[in-house]
Design a protein around this ligand. Structure first.
Ligand code: ATP
Ligand code: MG
Length: 334
């Protein structure tokens, strides 16, 4: 008998242009998992409404996230690629999980506290219960692995709590999913000015987007934060320099990286040269994805078809989970 493939779920909010962090934290793993796992990848359009509720942007943002995923190498024939809002079963499970989620716990989540600090005028309940909806996204497919960046680690811990609480109260239904990355650690791509992570919705000039033009990529990298250079041989590297080396390790050839590592250690490094090299390697990495994503967006009919097919597959599995959850809870009257 063929062994069942493990179920994988992950989502990206439709809040703007995808960036290097989304690629290396999430999409690179999606591509590596698409053959050997049963993959459900979605555009988190409901999640986008907590901070980006403008109706005129929504459809374009959803289609672009799809296009940028496919342009990066995701094969819609191999994975279910869908919009979260096409799966109403998620909303029902979210409601049910809210009974297992405690207000005090939700208020302590650092990403929630950040949002309260940054936009005190928009602390909606959707923001507070974001980890519950995210848990429903994952649990509705009974996923065991969730490829995400470092920023989602704590949310996954909450998902495991909800799965455990449900299983304890009602009987076993949900696996406890783990955050997953093919390397040893979850990835966090810092912003180019060192002020937090690259992000779709913040700090545009310090984030490298998969849609950036060549000259914009060069401009952003040349402006990246550095310091006055190593003060001694083999000096420890300050954070801004570690960040540049991290980017280089992702897009440049190993001997290029080695060359600048050695130059840093023997104090001959010139940051201008390093940035120029990194900028060219980054252009070579981003340009093909950008161009392919642009072509795909010319064909919304194709993207719609993918989204519908993905939703049909995702709903089938989701409906089974929900039916079992209802039965265990006792909501099976007829
Ligand atoms: P927003 O600012 O709208 O929340 P975002 O850039 O944080 O956008 P999300 O849609 O929240 O992106 O996250 C999508 C995926 O990308 C998640 O798996 C998340 O962990 C990952 N991710 C986001 N930013 C980074 C980053 N800088 N480094 C690594 N992974 C990241
Ligand atoms: Mg985010």
């Amino acid at each position: 008998m063929a062994t069942e493939k493990e179920i994988v779920v992950s989502g990206i909010r439709s809040t703007g242009f995808l960036h290097l962090g989304n690629y290396f934290g999430a999409i690179r793993n999606y591509i590596r998992m698409q053959e050997d796992f049963n993959c459900y990848f979605f555009v988190a359009d409901w999640h986008s409404l907590t901070t980006h509720p403008d109706p005129k942007d929504l459809r374009g943002n959803v289609l672009r996230v799809l296009a940028e995923n496919i342009a990066s190498g995701l094969d819609p024939e191999k994975v279910a690629l869908y919009a979260q809002s096409d799966i109403p079963e998620i909303a029902e499970l979210y409601l049910l999980l809210n009974m297992l989620a405690y207000k005090g716990e939700l208020e302590k989540v650092p990403t929630f506290k950040d949002k309260v600090r940054l936009s005190p005028q928009n602390v909606n309940a959707g923001l507070l219960t974001y980890p519950v909806l995210m848990s429903a996204d994952i649990m509705i497919q009974r996923a065991v692995k969730v490829p995400v960046g470092k920023d989602q680690e704590q949310h996954l811990e909450m998902t495991r709590n909800y799965a455990q609480r449900f299983n304890n109260r009602y009987g076993y239904l949900f696996p406890e999913p783990v955050a997953f990355n093919f390397g040893d650690n979850l990835v966090r791509i810092p912003s180019l000015d060192g002020s937090g992570k690259m992000s779709k919705s913040e700090n545009e000039m310090a984030t490298l987007y998969l849609a950036d033009e060549d000259d914009m990529i060069r401009k952003k990298i040349m402006k990246a934060k550095t310091d006055s250079g190593p003060a001694a041989p083999d000096a420890p590297r300050p954070e801004s320099i570690v960040n540049l080396f991290q980017l280089m390790s992702l897009v440049s050839a190993p001997d290029t990286l080695q060359f600048f590592e050695t130059a840093y250690d023997n104090q001959s490094i010139r940051y201008g040269d390093m940035k120029k090299q990194l900028a060219e390697d980054m252009v070579n990495f981003i340009a093909p994805i950008r161009n392919k994503a642009r072509d795909l967006q010319q064909n919304p009919g194709y993207l719609n078809r993918i989204m519908r097919d993905g939703a049909a597959k995702a709903r089938e599995n989701a409906a089974q989970t929900l039916q079992q959850a209802r039965k265990l809870i006792g909501i099976n009257y007829y």
